[in-house]
Design a binder for this molecule. Structure first.
Ligand SMILES: [Zn+2]
Length: 333
């Protein structure tokens, strides 16, 4: 695979791909909405006895004002450290059941297996491994937490990595077996006991936002890294221009996403867990969805000095870390 640029796997920039993805996304969104509503009472809040409230999971501080309310979540921005998080989270046993018996899981597996999705995802994974190689991460033992269909583990082989994964959803079992992938089922770290093995790279794509105590989680991940090992994290970007524009209607605001990181708050979380930030960038523009908004609204949401006649390019968006996904590489000292 030749060297990839981030625009090469950006659905908004590739003609026709949205239409190819539409059907798989329709089924997934429908099942996801049904799953979410099953956790909500008639008032739109989590049902009594299924959740608890927590202080800021990054600094322990409190937040005075609600940031937004969406699908049962009471989302606030911490007054002290700036982390955006949901004050109320489902009880651990309720939350775990959601993943083990997720009614949207079948549609999610189907979405990830659809040809257009695979093409984009594989492009992104090649890009990530090429980026990691430039940072010095060039092969060895890899652990992928939240392995999903194991695509990352397959692509990793091309870059010299011998990978294994951890995944909660057994719906991927057949896919793993067909690909000959070593995946343990369950949650990290509870179901992945420390056998003394240390990894030169741990990857976590769309995982950290699901954790109730992200700093403790990062610390536990750090314990499994070799000295000078790398941790590659992808999360939805709360500072992305599309989230700023869509607010509570954006699908990222959903039960299960308990933390909403920006580049700054993710860096703080890593440092609180004893990790050093090596690299941060954003990818995926969602530019087509952004450009459906009024130009003045876009200019306001961008939040930086933009001339009236601005041209919103992928390069400009990513330069200000306003892409849809945030990618961060940490190193263990
Ligand atoms: Zn805080």
């Amino acid at each position: 695979m030749g060297r990839l640029a981030k625009d090469d796997f950006d659905a908004a920039l590739l003609p026709g791909i949205r239409a190819e993805l539409a059907e798989a996304y329709r089924s997934f969104r429908r099942d996801e909405a049904a799953a979410i509503s099953s956790w909500l009472g008639p008032d739109g809040c989590f049902a009594p006895g299924t959740y608890f409230e927590r202080p800021c999971p990054l600094c322990g501080g409190s937040a005075a004002d609600r940031y937004l309310f969406a699908r049962g979540l009471d989302i606030v921005r911490c007054d002290s450290c700036g982390l955006v998080y949901s004050r109320n989270v489902l009880l651990p046993e309720v939350d775990r059941q959601r993943y083990e018996n997720d009614p949207a899981a079948v549609a999610h597996v189907a979405l990830r297996q659809s040809p257009a999705y695979r093409r984009l995802e594989e492009g992104k994974l090649h890009y990530l491994f090429q980026s990691l190689a430039r940072l010095g991460a060039r092969g060895g033992e890899l652990l992928d937490i939240g392995a999903a269909d194991g695509r990352l583990l397959v692509v990793a082989r091309d870059y010299g990595w011998a990978g294994r994964g951890v995944e909660l959803n057994r719906g991927y079992w057949d896919v793993h077996r067909e690909q000959g992938l070593a995946v343990s089922y369950g949650a990290f770290p509870e179901d992945f006991p420390d056998d003394g093995r240390r990894f030169a790279l741990v990857t976590m794509l769309d995982v950290l936002e699901h954790t109730v105590d992200p700093v403790a989680f990062l610390r536990q991940v750090g314990e499994r890294l070799t000295t000078r090992g790398y941790l590659a994290v992808q999360v939805p970007n709360v500072d992305s221009l599309l989230l700023r524009l869509e607010g509570a209607t954006n699908n990222n605001f959903c039960p299960g996403h308990w933390n909403y990181f920006s580049a700054a708050s993710l860096q703080k979380a890593g440092e609180a867990a004893g990790l050093r930030t090596l690299h941060q960038e954003t990818y995926i523009t969602e530019l087509d969805r952004i450009l459906s908004y009024d130009r003045e609204k876009i200019r306001q949401a961008f939040g930086r000095e933009l001339p009236i006649e601005f041209e919103l390019t992928p390069e400009l968006l990513h330069r200000h870390l306003q892409g849809y996904k945030l990618f961060t590489v940490f190193a263990k000292e």
